[in-house]
Design a protein around this ligand. Structure first.
Ligand code: DGJ
Length: 369
């Protein structure tokens, strides 16, 4: 005869996770624990999602418990879903290396991985922000890995600072004050730009955006995080062409997420306050090269001034729904990195203006209204 305590223990250990594993979710609850198909909180922070053949694939930083989890001890985790509510664990798509001399040695910092598909090479290409092991945030490199299969394994190719020796383009409409002349540096951010010109620009928080014409762009925080660079990738998506524009120079934007709607380019980002939340910021542009117009904080209501406690990471176009975009953000918990939460909220449009409101619980039918 089992004692009451033994029975309680069995329920907690086996029965609850089993129930979780089989219970289908049909809504989003931003900021709550989000169990995967095994009942384990999804571990894909700073992530991005790509859609292919009826399935969404979510790639993000696999974090471990405690402060050590802010460094990459495992790699990039992949999950798949048909409905966006229920996610299957697809395992580690890119593993950090046990070789301490590797750029992606275990203990490095590997953040904000984003995967895109290259139709010409038929390869999946993953870009991420890489900091070399033991160097804090000094290296500021972009890293790239590729795979023949969407869920990996991905093979690490290289890491570097982009666009060494290249000057930015100045799209029509860019104020003259923002044109860089390294013989006549006008401000701090230009100073960082010119300092880094020979070795390549710093590349920290980032995303990758593929346009309708198949061209891909790497968007990253450069110049000690002072300026965003919008940089064109080569046809195979694994290198930079040298063509890039500086966006919102000197105003310190992190966490970029880019999307396109009705021919207009949109970007949501954040300020730079480490792991602490700050007001989001959104931009729009008639061309990927700009000029990018700053519109302020897209979030409205209680805690809008701290993006509801989160920081942008991706904007997801929902398949099969018209004008449906999900704002994805991370609620970081740097003292126990694995406990980071996900804030997904629908984006509302009023003409060309966007707004993000807090919702405790919601589902995809919001886009049908
Ligand atoms: C804010 C960035 O958005 C994160 O990805 C991470 O790099 C933290 N800063 C580190 O403080």
């Amino acid at each position: 005869m089992k004692t009451f305590n033994q029975i309680k223990y069995l329920i907690l250990l086996f029965i609850l996770p089993a129930l979780y594993a089989h219970g289908q979710r049909n809504n989003f609850t931003p900021g709550e624990i989000w169990p995967d198909d095994k009942g384990v909180h999804i571990n894909a922070h700073g992530g991005g999602i790509m859609y292919q053949k009826g399935k969404y694939y979510w790639f993000g930083e696999h974090k471990i418990a405690g402060g050590a989890g802010n460094r990459a001890m495992v790699g990039v985790h992949c999950y798949s879903s048909k409905d966006l509510y229920n996610w299957k664990d697809e395992g580690i798509a890119l593993k950090v290396s046990e070789d301490t001399t590797s750029d992606i040695a275990k203990g490095c910092i590997l953040e904000r991985p984003k995967v895109v598909y290259n139709k010409k090479t038929k390869k999946y290409v993953m870009w991420f922000h890489l900091e070399l092991r033991g160097q804090g945030y000094k290296a500021a490199r972009a890293g790239v890995a590729t795979s023949d299969r969407i869920n990996g394994p991905y093979t690490f190719i290289k890491s570097y600072r982009p666009n060494a020796g290249f000057m930015p383009i100045s799209p029509a409409g860019t104020p003259d004050a923002e044109k860089v002349d390294c013989a006549n540096i006008k401000n701090r951010s230009e100073g960082f730009f010119c300092r880094d010109l020979p070795g390549g620009q710093m590349a920290r928080d980032m995303t990758v955006f593929v346009d309708d014409d198949g061209k891909a762009y790497h968007v990253f925080s450069a110049e000690e995080n002072a300026t965003l660079d919008m940089a064109e990738l080569t046809d195979d998506y694994t290198a930079h062409t040298g063509k890039f524009a500086r966006v919102y120079p000197g105003r310190s934007t992190e966490a970029p997420a880019v999307f396109k709607r009705k021919g207009t380019y949109y970007m949501i980002g954040s300020g730079t306050t480490g792991w602490d939340p700050n007001p989001g910021r959104w931009f729009s542009a008639p061309s990927i090269w700009g000029p990018w117009t700053y519109h302020g904080n897209p979030c409205k209501g209680l805690k809008a001034e701290i993006t509801f406690g989160g920081q942008s990471t991706h904007v997801l176009p929902v398949q099969g729904k018209k004008d449906a975009f999900i704002f994805m953000a991370d609620k970081w918990t740097p003292k126990d990195a694995i406990d980071g939460r996900y804030l997904w909220l629908p984006i509302k449009f009023n003409g060309d203006e966007m707004e993000i409101d807090w919702l405790e619980k919601w589902d995809l039918t919001v886009f049908d209204k």
